[in-house]
Design a protein around this ligand. Structure first.
Ligand code: ATP
Ligand code: MG
Length: 481
């Protein structure tokens, strides 16, 4: 429910001195000036926002300079001449100043021709009616709402709609299609059929948008309370096939001999929502990379899918196959290739381990192994695995959750006892090379891995003396001693 606000109420909302100062400086320049877009929308939604966008009929830079000067020492001004914009930072707030503009696009160019314009021109080039309201800051009209496309009504009804013909709005700047879906997801609003159909029609135009702008929107969808809403809309309008075909490939159900598998796309987005809910319930900040791991955890299923006459559909090895897909997808989506990518790859690779443990028996050595391989990411791995239970059969869910509890308990015991998480074997590769006079070769790897396995399996004590005896025996066995 949105708040019904009169001009008086809006004046109260704009009671910070900065708004009055902006208005006064605009009056001194004899210019119209408005606060617009997201800030106005968020006043009605009663959501706090610190980013303020101001549009003035004339130069935004000039007004910003005057405002910064007036605010004095606490204000910091940045001017972006290329874009014709300027920003003033003051007391934790960021105010962006831009001159009202008119944009005309031609079909074969991504860049519009930009000219100075009126407030009306400026409102015509915006993305959605709910983002298209302005409040006047000039003294004579302070607090007056200018809402030419009835954004208030759409906000009230929870509707996403473009201000002008959606085919033109989306074709001009196809990123707006993603913004429409992002806001539908964030506020749990409905995209009106006309606008949604235009997204489907114009989807191919998304190809002219840079990867950086696209990933920015996808990350914002990922950080919504229920990102599934965004991904399902992307899937329905056909944008998913273009942006992330690996996820689209999981959609659908195949049936053979009366046996169908689950729709792995729907399952995936449910897992993603589950992770988000678990974070909230645990009072944790959203971890964007855990969200991406949830979205990608079953990517390998499209390749791994097979039919077995005895057991039906199988997805053997999909964890490994999926983990091999992460780096190329990160590269293509322009996601960061450092620790974030490694984290997602690791979680995808390990996501079946705790569930297998819970199902097949919880031995100390299997627990030590998962702790060792997950390292500091064990909590995130467990969150993903618990979120992965989307079965509709309550007994099955209860059984899994109970087993996971035991796994967690056992992990804690073993971690306290053996400190496996950041553990390294007591003899390293360098020492192995020196002891057996080896240069880097396959045998060094064999010795190193077998020592690590033996300690994790409890076959060798976790200390130097026993490790060296074990290594000597192994070296004999493989013929280098
Ligand atoms: P957020 O809360 O995510 O900041 P916002 O609506 O403020 O949401 P911004 O990206 O900060 O979004 O943009 C500010 C305003 O600029 C929007 O409300 C909208 O009016 C306009 N806008 C932004 N991007 C576009 C675009 N691609 N096409 C048209 N108008 C846009
Ligand atoms: Mg904003």
């Amino acid at each position: 429910m949105i708040k019904k606000l009169t001009q008086k109420d809006l004046i109260c909302h704009l009671n910070m001195p900065i708004f009055e100062i902006i208005g006064e400086e605009a009056d001194a320049l004899d210019r119209e000036c408005y606060v617009v877009g997201g800030y106005v929308r968020d006043i009605f939604l009663d959501r706090p926002s610190k980013d303020i966008d101001c549009v003035t009929v004339g130069s935004g830079i000039e007004l910003a300079q005057k405002v910064a000067k007036r605010l004095g020492r606490g204000a910091h001004l940045s001017v972006f001449r290329n874009f014709g914009t300027a920003q003033v930072k003051f007391k934790g707030m960021e105010v962006e100043f831009v001159g009202a503009r008119k944009e005309s696009y031609s079909h074969d160019s991504r860049k519009p021709v930009v000219e100075d314009g009126t407030l009306e021109d400026d409102q015509n080039r915006r993305d959605l009616t709910i983002n298209d309201m302005a409040i006047c800051l000039n003294k004579a009209r302070f607090g007056e709402l200018v809402d030419p496309f009835n954004g208030i009504d759409d906000l009230e009804k929870g509707l996403i709609r473009t201000p002008l013909n959606p085919d033109i709005t989306f074709s001009d700047d196809p990123l707006r299609m993603l913004r429409a879906i992002r806001f539908a997801c964030r506020f749990e609003f409905r995209i009106v059929p006309d606008t949604f159909e235009a997204i489907a029609r114009n989807r191919e135009r998304i190809r002219i948008i840079s990867g950086e702008r696209i990933i920015d929107e996808l990350n914002k969808i990922m950080l919504c309370e229920k990102p599934s809403i965004g991904w399902i809309l992307l899937q329905r309008c056909g944008l998913l096939q273009i942006i992330l075909p690996e996820l689209q490939a999981l959609a659908g159900i195949e049936t053979r001999e009366g046996r169908g598998h689950k729709d792995n796309f729907i399952h995936t987005v449910m897992v993603l929502d589950n992770v988000c809910r678990a974070e909230r319930e645990a009072g944790k900040e959203p971890n964007l990379w855990l969200h991406w791991a949830a979205l990608m955890h079953d990517f390998g299923k499209a390749k791994a899918k097979a039919w077995d006459d005895k057991v039906g559909w199988t997805f053997h090895n999909h964890d490994y196959l999926g983990s091999r897909m992460i780096l190329p997808v990160f590269r293509r989506l322009k996601l960061p290739l450092g620790a974030e990518e490694k984290f997602v790859e690791k979680l995808v690779l390990l996501h079946m381990r705790p569930i297998n443990l819970a199902e097949e028996g919880i031995t100390d050595s299997a627990i030590r192994r998962v702790l060792f391989e997950a390292g500091d990411d064990i909590e995130e791995l467990m969150m993903l695995c618990e979120a992965d239970i989307t079965s509709k059969i309550p007994e099955k869910v209860q059984r899994f959750l109970k087993n996971f509890k035991i796994v967690r308990q056992k992990m804690q015991e073993i971690e306290e006892k053996d400190r496996i998480r950041n553990w390294q074997p007591p003899v390293d590769g360098l020492e192995i090379m020196q002891r057996y006079q080896l240069t880097p070769c396959r045998e060094v790897g064999i010795l190193k891995d077998s020592l690590k396995d033996a300690i994790l399996d409890g076959e060798c004590g976790n200390n130097r003396e026993e490790a060296l005896v074990f290594l000597d025996n192994k070296a004999h066995e493989i013929g280098i001693l």
